[in-house]
Design a protein around this ligand. Structure first.
Ligand code: DOR
Ligand code: ZN
Length: 355
């Protein structure tokens, strides 16, 4: 029989994969992220991308300026800790990896196959040709964060993750057996099982949308652009397997929202952008997913411990309290200059709230 939990006090969570964007966007995204999380791994797919340590340091300063200007609790400001990532290109050098390590600011390097997703045009065209950089990352203990999809036009969009595992990731792992890798936003049973078959230095993040939804939610009864993200939602059997591994208590799997702020008009569009915005209510979304399989007792480790463990960082000292109290997700938030940002599950009610 399912247990009836009404209140959950857990260690304050971190988000190991978030998009905050830049400049005016930060006025919206930074307070939302800081209200939900302590540490956040800030993805570097800006226009232009964050390719060097100096750019990462400057980007972090812009995020901290937005934080200082945010109208949120001082305690939340004090605990927010954005961590920076370099965007790997065809030209990233091994020296840049050494500087990144020495800076203490850069936490990881992100691999976007060129053309795989939002702002990935400067991504890598010949991934297996980037061996010298992977070698340097392995040497310096800098994790490689992977958007795991092949991009060939002849590969079906629903098969792109699996093909990446078979053709690219397995080769990287074989050639660089000590390189720490995070398989970001995994979406298939194949990726979950691939991750399980590797050593403890290979982990994976899982988003709330891939735990709560499948491709029927995206496509049945009309196209729902706010469920469109990349990698795309897969069939229900994959959703089920992701829920199983996320709630299994295996430290390889941890929280990464992939919260991506696209203005509403760019998603509700004939060529809609990929990304789901979940930062403000991410914890309630994950609680809803974990509760659906009666695994709320596994939420704390997934949200607040396993990511820190993977990155070799201390676990946060503070706690947050989730209560069984309904919250109505707003239809949208003001965003940029007079625009709007529609969150995941806008206008719907979630059973959980963060106190
Ligand atoms: O849906 C996505 N949106 N997937 C990504 O990989 C990138 C992200 C974004 O930056 O908007
Ligand atoms: Zn992302």
């Amino acid at each position: 029989m399912p247990t009836l939990t009404q209140k959950l006090v857990i260690t304050a969570p971190d988000d190991w994969h978030i998009h905050l964007r830049d400049n005016e966007a930060l006025a919206t995204t930074v307070p939302h992220a800081a209200m939900s999380f302590h540490r956040v791994i800030c993805m570097p797919n800006l226009v232009p991308p964050i390719k060097t340590t100096l750019e990462a340091i400057a980007y972090r300063e812009r995020i901290l300026t937005a934080l200082a200007q945010a109208d949120i609790d001082e305690h939340k400001k004090a605990t927010f800790d954005p961590r920076m990532v370099l965007y790997l290109t065809d030209h990233t050098s091994a020296d840049e990896i050494a500087s990144a390590k020495a800076s203490g600011v850069v936490q990881a390097v992100k691999l976007y196959p060129a053309g795989a997703t939002t702002n990935s045009a400067d991504g890598v065209t010949n991934i297996l040709g980037r061996g010298a950089v992977f070698e340097a990352m392995q040497k310096h203990g800098i994790p490689l964060l992977v958007h795991g999809e092949v991009t060939h036009s002849d590969v079906d969009i629903f098969d792109r993750e699996k093909r990446f595992l078979d053709e690219i990731l397995s080769v990287i792992i074989k050639n660089f057996p000590n390189l720490k890798i995070v398989m970001e936003h995994i979406t298939t049973a194949d990726a979950a099982d691939f991750c399980l078959a590797q050593g403890q230095h290979i982990g994976a993040t899982i988003t709330p949308q891939h735990l709560l939804f499948n491709r029927n939610h995206l496509l049945v009864g009309g196209v729902k652009p706010h469920f469109y993200c990349l990698p795309i939602l897969k069939r229900a059997t994959h959703q089920k397997r992701l829920l199983e591994v996320a709630t299994s208590g295996n430290p390889k799997f941890f929280l990464g929202t992939d919260s991506a702020p696209h203005a509403t008009h760019t998603k509700e569009n004939a060529c809609g952008c990929a990304g789901c915005y979940s930062a403000p209510h991410a914890l309630a979304l994950y609680a809803t997913a974990f509760e659906s399989v009666d695994a709320l007792d596994k939420l704390e480790n997934f949200a607040s411990r396993f990511g820190a463990l993977f990155y070799g960082l201390p676990v946060n000292q503070n706690t947050i309290t989730l209560i069984k109290k309904e919250q109505l997700i707003p239809d949208n938030y003001p965003y940029l200059d007079g625009k709007h940002l529609t969150p995941l599950m806008a206008g719907q009610t979630l059973a959980w709230s963060v106190q």
